[in-house]
Structures are given as C-alpha cells and as structure tokens.
Design a protein around this ligand. Structure first.
Ligand code: ASN
Ligand code: ZN
Length: 321
C-alpha cells in the first residue's frame, strides 16, 4: 500500500491507498482520517505515582534522553500503525499517547496499565532503560490496540495470543522502520542485558532460545505461572508468524511442514485483520488459526490462507485443512 500526502483547506492530509487483493485496483481507505499523533511524556522520578510530571508534549522537546526516546518511539509506533493499517492511534480515533519514564527504582520492566505506557530504567545488568527500545514501545502500545480490539483476556491461550500480537507488531514495526534483517526477529535486544552482545529478550524465529519460551503447541505450558504462560506460550504464535513471513520449517523439527513465505508485510496485515475483525476475548490458538486463515483469504486469496494454515500446522496447532 502507499501513503498519499496532499493538502486541502484543513491543512496537510494523508490517505492510505491499498491494492485490492483480487483485482489489483487501488482502493483508498480511511480517507476520513486527517488526525495527527498527540504524545505526552511524564517523569515518574523513580517513584510509582502516575503519571508524574509532564516533561514533553506534542511538538516540544526535552533534554532527558529517556523521555525523548519514549516520545520519538511512540511517534514511530503511531506512524507504523497509520502507514500499515490506517489506524489513528491505539484506539483508532486519535487518542493521546501518554507515557511515563523513570518509573520506580531499578525497575526491570515496562507495561501498559490500561491507560498509559510505563517504563522502568532497568537495573543496568538485566536491562537498560526500556523506553529506548523500539520493540518494547511497540509491544506495550500494541497491548492498548488489543485492549480496544479483540480484548484478549490476559491469561492462558488468549493471553499468549495477546502477548504474541504485541511481539508480532514489534517485529512488523521494526521491518517498517529498518527493513527486514535477522534483528527483526529479536525482541528488545536494544535494552536487554546491556553487557551481553547479540542476545535478546525473546527470539521469534527460534523461541526456545530464551530458555523459557515454548514453540510447539502439543508441549505448551499449562501451569499457573505467568498468568498461565502468557510470555511462554506466546512463542508458539510468534513462530507461526515468523514462518508465515519468512517461510521454512519448525526450527527444532517438531514437524516437517514447509510453510510458504508471504513476507512480513502480508503476514502482518493478516494478523492485524484477525485481531481487529475475528478474534474474541477468549480466543484459543485454534481460533487464531481460523481467524488468520479467514483474514488471509479476504486479503490475498486461497493460497495465502493455505500458507496461514501451514504456519499453524508447523507449530502443532490442529485444524482443517
Ligand atoms: N512487559 C510486560 C508485558 O508487556 C509487562 C507485563 O507482564 N504485563 O508483557
Ligand atoms: Zn506484553
């Protein structure tokens, strides 16, 4: 798809033009969207009271490199969602993106709290400031998108799908910004273990490489930790997305299915359409299989749906065909 920029009496405008999957004809979507991003970043000053004091608003600047990163990367995330899906902020109608940095002390995490983004500075050993890592910013803001769309319940299989959508959109945004490379499939590599080169928090092309994630549905975690394994079983869907994008087989030969490569752009369109049109709050992996196959059919036709089915079969999620 292409972004068409022009000006009318209201000022600079931007429309998204997609090629119709069947006819190839250009179709302008969301021509009504003329909104721009609106960001606010706050300093929690190592406390836990939110949001803290305002340090930068839209169009402004700050000397604080962490606050500046939170601001800039919220902007990249907004631009990714607008350019890729014609989506105007996390709620689809221009909501202000609020972010707080310097949350708590030695805090090794970041999160979306239902209303805003919150970033720790890490402890300098396991992690450096999370707001400087684009994967983290897209991941957390995608939790907001999911909240407004499928509203996937944050436990068990629906929770693992919720987590995977956040990782998947982080990868897609990385490709949007930087092109596809091996780093596309690494998550939070910029902030994770600053003293260790070339590692990452998670690995989409080979999820078990992190020592905790799972990559094969029949072996999925069914215990109580981590809300029923939301950050563990997400690897199963992450790997399905990787295989649909890049093609190939299960990295540990759990199955022998060869998945055709659609490329990350089409794979991301398929998963986004599944998230926004078909998944409901208690969706399972089998529901995700069917939702992505349906979305693939509508966007790109029968061969893409076959590829989507193959991707889920490759990670052991049952279903027909
Ligand atoms: N950083 C974590 C996440 O977004 C925070 C959490 O566990 N909710 O998944
Ligand atoms: Zn998450």
């Amino acid at each position: 798809q292409a972004v068409v920029e022009y000006a009318d009496e209201e000022g600079p405008q931007r429309d998204i033009v997609f090629a119709d999957a069947r006819s190839g004809e250009p179709v302008a979507r969301h021509p009504q969207i003329h909104r721009a991003k609106t960001r606010k970043v706050y300093d929690a000053k190592k406390g836990t009271k939110l949001p803290g004091s305002l340090v930068v608003s839209e169009g402004g600047d700050t000397e604080d490199p962490v606050a500046k990163a939170a601001y800039e990367l919220a902007g990249v995330t907004y631009d990714f969602y607008m350019a890729s899906f014609g989506r105007d902020s996390f709620n689809g109608s221009g909501a202000t993106i609020h972010s707080s940095v310097h949350f708590s002390k030695n805090y090794v995490n970041a999160f979306w709290n239902g209303q805003q983004m919150v970033y720790g500075d890490g402890d300098g050993y396991y992690a450096s400031p999370f707001a400087k890592d684009m994967d983290v910013v897209v991941h957390e803001l995608t939790h907001a998108v999911t909240q407004y769309e499928a509203s996937l319940v944050y436990q068990n299989q629906s929770g693992a799908l919720n987590e995977a959508m956040s990782d998947i959109m982080a990868a897609a945004a990385d490709a949007y910004k930087n092109g596809v490379s091996n780093k596309t499939w690494l998550l939070a590599e910029t902030c994770w273990t600053p003293g260790v080169a070339n590692d990452a928090m998670r690995y989409m092309s080979n999820p078990t490489q992190d020592g905790q994630s799972y990559d094969y549905y029949p072996e999925r975690y069914t215990g109580q930790q981590d809300n029923g394994g939301v950050h563990i079983n997400s690897g199963i869907a992450n790997l399905a997305f990787y295989l649909l994008s890049q093609g190939g087989k299960h990295p540990r030969n759990k199955t022998n299915i060869e998945v055709p490569a659609l490329g990350i752009d089409k794979a991301a369109q398929i998963f986004y359409r599944a998230l926004t049109n078909y998944l409901n709050s208690n969706a399972t992996f089998q529901d995700a299989r069917n939702a992505t196959a349906q979305a693939a059919t509508e966007l790109y036709g029968a061969d893409a749906a076959t590829a989507a089915h193959a991707a889920w079969s490759a990670v052991g999620v049952p279903g027909a065909p």
